[in-house]
Design a protein around this ligand. Sequence first.
Ligand code: 4AD
Ligand code: MG
Length: 462
Amino acid sequence: MAQRISHLLQADPSDTLITVEGWVRTKRDSKNFCFFELNDGSSLKNLQIVLDKTTEDISEEIDRVSTGASVVFTGILVESPGKNQSVELQAKSIEVLGEAPAESYPLQKKRHSFEFLREIAHLRPRTNTLGAVARVRNAMSMAIHNFFQERGFLYIHTPIISASDCEGAGEMFQVTTLPLDAVPKNEAGRVDYARDFFGKQANLTVSGQLEAEIYALALKNVYTFGPTFRAENSNTSRHLAEFWMIEPEMAFCTLEGDMRVAEDFLKSVFAEVLRVCTEDMEFFSKWVEKGIAESLQSIVEKPFVHMPYTDAVRELQKAPVTFDYPVSWGVDLQSEHEKYLTEQVCNGPVIVTDYPREIKAFYMKLNDDEKTVRAMDVLVPRLGEIIGGSERENRYDLLLDRIRTMGLNEKDYWWYLDLRRYGSVPHAGFGLGFERVIQYVTGMQNIRDVIPFPRTVGSAEF
Ligand code: 4AD
Ligand code: MG
């Protein structure tokens, strides 16, 4: 069995014959030796391979190798005279499995733009940056599950196909088997969804929250971690049409408890990724966002700022800058406002609470002032919102009123209302956008580069 390069880079020299396999990043020739940098995805660093090319019968094999070729080497691990690594492989044999002809292989030894790499998303994980993103993404997934599992939260698999619009924003992708060129109509001339696959209109979910609430009101603390879909026509560096969301939901919990969990959760994930992905985080700190690892460390160490929406509006109104979107009480915060609050006012993450009811979803608990709701958004520098959450309206009459005034069809929410009729308790939760938090941790500027296969307006290749 071949050895992993990450493991070998930490190992001591030894006379045992070992095998390594991977893709060649570079090949360099000297008079008697050929040097290869080999990567197998297990670490950012490559393993240096030194091959004595004076052996007649391998020169043909060496000629087949160029950047991108897949190769298997056997040899022994020796101390390296080079300054970049402590060990290297002194190869005894080389076997090329797949060539990568230099005339056509798009990834050459130079810096490629992220825009270009998006066009070759089938090859981009072979670059340093995208490989590091994949390892960080993996480590963060595990850190997220561990955080909740250690605290007794149950992982609930909420449905991907859903008949309700959780955010009430109407930004959903429809799921249908009706023939699009001859859609059946009912007597009123509307689409006859009774004849559709589910017998009613169905969509890809925008959030697992409503179903998570069902389980929270039986099992107390639960979370979902799955794909969510939004047909928002937002062509920005922070929006995807398909993204992953982590949504804890906690019964017997108010907004205060919700915010405490959100803060502990983010800090714990940051600390874990710094611990597990040290090398990759050094890479991001050096090449992508200067000093990001230290700045994350300092965020882990200090408490988040809390600020009610009304105070945030006041801060923005006295800001010595002109915003594209003017600010007054009642407007939704735009990303320029979120950036200003985090970067100029708070110098770090801030939890903004108690937003006007008009700009938030129907399920949020109404405050006694009857103007604001028990909402909380976690905003961070560079990105703005990464978490949106709230205490839920657990009072039947008030919830029904909210559903009606927002023009939603109460029949669609009968089971959601039932949760308020039987054993209702204060409960709260939030949603963390997984790609947004990966952007935050790595400093990657565009959300399309932190998900393996981005789906955005006009783009679903690969
Ligand atoms: O604020 P949102 O819409 O909240 C909800 O969906 C709630 N149901 C969550 C809950 O309370 N259980 O979305 C939550 C987070 C946002 O803060 C953002 O990080 C991310 O999801 N998000 C997106 N990420 C990428 N692309 C998009 N189009 C996103 N829309 C939201
Ligand atoms: Mg939100």
